[in-house]
Design a binder for this molecule. Structure first.
Ligand SMILES: O=C(O)CCC(=O)C(=O)O
Ligand SMILES: [Fe+2]
Length: 283
């Protein structure tokens, strides 16, 4: 299959990624920035066109046999528990994460998910929502772009990301649960706010937490490095599927070997990216 044109994947009438003088663009940006500041995430419903969502779901069907089963206990700081902290300290508290993860380097060069992530106008559009002059793609060859699938019982525990910003695009809602829950900018001005983190980990932090359902085609921009977040337990047999695009304010940001091992089951990335399936296979 040939690579799609990334602009064909997006509803450009509603989201004028390429047209900087489109009427309404300034109002759209102002509204998205206000959402980000207030609730921790800017929401762009129907960002992907339905045929693009269907295509990326088909790519997941083909990639799932190569997915890694992340199944781990870890702290919200993506580190091993720090035994020198008091028993109930967030740096010592482990939370469970169970998810099927498909790494960036598994995605064929013709993949629509890859084409969208590698489209520089999209990165520039996201930077504008974030009020940044420019942002950089996450330099982690496995973590920069992920596709994930979660089934009944799967969960992503409360954590901070290794990259400044994450953009998720919903591809399929699960039967139930699987909401994105986020305490916006909890880590601020060099203060970890451990008391709030402790409350949230103990399910007593609802006053701090915004809840977002996963809707196919909806893009969500959030500041994952400073906003504590999780995916609530998924129920039922329908997969919850999402695409995660990583960005950072600095060039060259990557993740720790521990995180790579837990999330992808390996430290070494494939180089160059996989060129499967072979000619003739229905990609
Ligand atoms: O699946 C989501 O909505 C977010 C997942 C997440 O936070 C992560 O993978 O770091
Ligand atoms: Fe995250």
């Amino acid at each position: 299959m040939i690579s799609p044109l990334p602009g064909d994947l997006v509803d450009l009438e509603r989201y004028p990624v390429l047209d900087h003088s489109a009427p309404g663009r300034a109002n759209l940006m102002a509204a998205l920035r206000a959402q980000l500041a207030r609730r921790g995430a800017a929401i762009l419903p129907d960002f992907l066109r339905p045929d693009a969502t269907a295509r990326i779901n088909h790519e997941i069907d083909l990639l799932l046999p190569r997915a890694h089963r992340e199944d781990t206990w870890g702290t919200p700081y993506l580190e091993l528990p720090d035994e020198s902290c008091p028993d109930d300290h967030p740096r010592r508290t482990a939370v469970r994460s169970v998810t099927w993860v498909m790494a960036y380097d598994l995605m064929p060069l013709t993949s629509a998910a890859r084409a969208l992530y590698e489209w520089t106008p999209l990165m520039d559009f996201i930077a504008e929502v974030l009020g940044r002059e420019r942002i950089h793609r996450y330099a982690d060859p496995m973590g920069a772009l992920n596709l994930t699938s979660m089934v009944g019982g799967d969960v992503q525990g409360w954590h901070y990301d290794a990259t400044d910003f994450v953009v998720s695009i919903g591809l399929q809602s699960g039967t139930s649960g699987g909401e994105f829950q986020c305490a916006p900018f909890l880590r601020a001005d060099g203060d970890e706010h451990y008391d709030d983190v402790r409350r949230i980990l103990a399910d007593r932090g609802d006053d701090k937490v915004s809840v977002f359902p996963i809707v196919p085609g909806t893009m969500m921009i959030f500041a994952g490095r400073d906003s504590l977040h999780r995916v609530s337990p998924v129920g039922g047999s329908t997969e919850r599927r999402i695409m995660l695009l990583g960005y950072d304010t600095k060039a060259g940001t990557t993740s720790s070997d521990l995180l790579k091992l837990v999330r992808y089951g390996r430290i070494e990335s494939l180089d160059p990216p996989a060129d499967w399936p072979q000619a003739g296979e229905p990609w």
